[in-house]
Design a protein around this ligand. Structure first.
Ligand SMILES: [Zn+2]
Length: 414
């Protein structure tokens, strides 16, 4: 019977003293398993797991939320004595079923974190009967635990540095992505040289010297810090940022035209134009039949807007070409944009000309950014996730969980 309960509760190195249903009055009935660590696991420091001298009884009995048994909410209950560790001082003794300081068992936390990475927040909260705040707290602890087991900055060669807005664009994170794996390897709060120096401090001079390529979005402070800490690395411009600049310029042309039509009282045409945004910004291969028709209409009736659209598409084509062809296409694009009679594109041509060397680097070194772009898109979606994150740290933990390879396995699976 003890073996069955150990399996059901998913505990190891644990003695189960009793299992009882407890009526909590107004609340539902809960299952409480009274447990203790086996002799070999008793009286160990919760920080370093070294056997230590007992200190006192601590706050005596404590409960940990465990995974439901069937449909019944379940808790483990045990003494929580304190020990005196020569290195860590007086700390609560380690327990085999939970992480230090946790209010839930390791199995419960791992399940919660796995779910948070794979399902909507509302699903996780309803299924596990916890608040979203509890979920983000658990994710933060699980990620810190997994991150502490391996150095994630080892073996970096080609990285992308980016800034992500959160809190409706009022706050920023600086993130570092490994181009070769697509993984998020580092994130810090803020977007400035000091934040990025934090990354290079963690990386250390020896590993920074091994970086061969660094891509970024053109922000000066990124270039400055990379030159100072990894001067040997080739600086590149992420193609998806460059294409995003063109998409923004295209949007500006469309908005100006819309305002013009409205002021001229041509409300019907203005309304039609308003619905055309997706036809213009989506990649041609992703357009629906209706959007193709919209685009064909624009080609006939709005020459300027259609020119802006073609300029955006042509710039995208630059990065799909090989290096020599890409350089030629870029030169052609710059000439075309300069005489496009579209002020935003004339301005964009100036910007792109200024970064031409970095774009050439991108083309010459074939820095495929499909993976880092996917990570970038994912992080932007994450910042808009329902429930939100009450601190940048919990947002970073969630990003590391879903894009940093720090998601635990579901417990009890081979
Ligand atoms: Zn210790």
């Amino acid at each position: 019977m003890a073996r069955v309960w150990r399996r059901l509760l998913g505990v190891e190195h644990t003695v189960i003293e009793a299992v009882e249903l407890e009526d909590n009055g107004a609340e539902e009935e809960v299952l409480v398993a009274r447990v203790r660590p086996t002799r070999s696991r008793r009286s160990r420091c919760s920080r370093c797991l070294r056997p230590c001298r007992g200190y006192d009884q601590g706050d005596r009995r404590r409960r940990w939320r465990a995974l439901d048994v069937g449909t019944v909410k379940t808790f483990l209950e045990a003494d929580a004595p304190r020990v005196s560790c020569p290195e860590h001082g007086v700390v609560v003794a380690a327990v085999p079923w939970a992480r230090p300081g946790a209010r839930c068992t390791t199995d419960f936390e791992d399940t919660c974190a796995w779910l948070a990475a794979h399902a909507a927040g509302s699903v996780v909260a309803a299924l596990l009967r916890v608040t979203w705040r509890t979920v983000t707290g658990i994710v933060t602890r699980v990620v810190a635990d997994l991150a502490g087991r391996a150095d994630r900055l080892d073996g970096l060669r080609r990285i992308g540095i980016d800034e992500i807005a959160h809190r409706k664009g009022h706050r920023y994170l600086t993130v570092v992505v490994d181009h070769d794996t697509g993984r998020l390897v580092w994130a810090g709060t803020g977007r400035d040289a000091a934040t990025l120096r934090g990354f290079f401090d963690a990386l250390g001079a020896e590993r920074a010297a091994l970086l061969t390529h660094v891509s970024a979005d053109g922000a000066e402070w990124i270039h400055t810090v990379v030159a100072e800490r990894a001067g040997q690395a080739v600086l590149c411009l992420d193609p998806f940022h460059v294409v995003a600049w063109a998409t923004k310029a295209l949007d500006a042309v469309r908005r100006d035209l819309w305002n013009e039509l409205r002021r001229a009282g041509r409300t019907e045409q203005a309304a039609a134009l308003k619905g055309s945004r997706w036809a213009l910004v989506k990649n041609p291969g992703d357009l629906t039949g209706e959007q193709r028709t919209t685009l064909a209409g624009i080609a006939v009736t709005n020459k300027a807007l259609y020119r802006a659209y073609l300029l955006k598409e042509q710039l995208r084509a630059v990065f799909q070409a090989n290096s020599a062809e890409g350089r030629a296409l870029l030169a052609g694009w710059l000439a075309w944009a300069r005489r496009s009679r579209l002020p935003v594109f004339v301005k964009l041509a100036k910007t792109i000309d200024r970064y031409r060397d970095l774009i050439w680097n991108t083309l010459d070194h074939g820095l495929s950014n499909a993976r880092s772009e996917a990570t970038n898109v994912h992080l932007r979606v994450l910042t808009r996730r329902a429930y939100g994150f009450h601190s940048p740290e919990s947002l970073i933990a969630m990003a590391m969980l879903t894009r940093g390879g720090l998601c635990p396995q579901l417990p009890g699976r081979a």
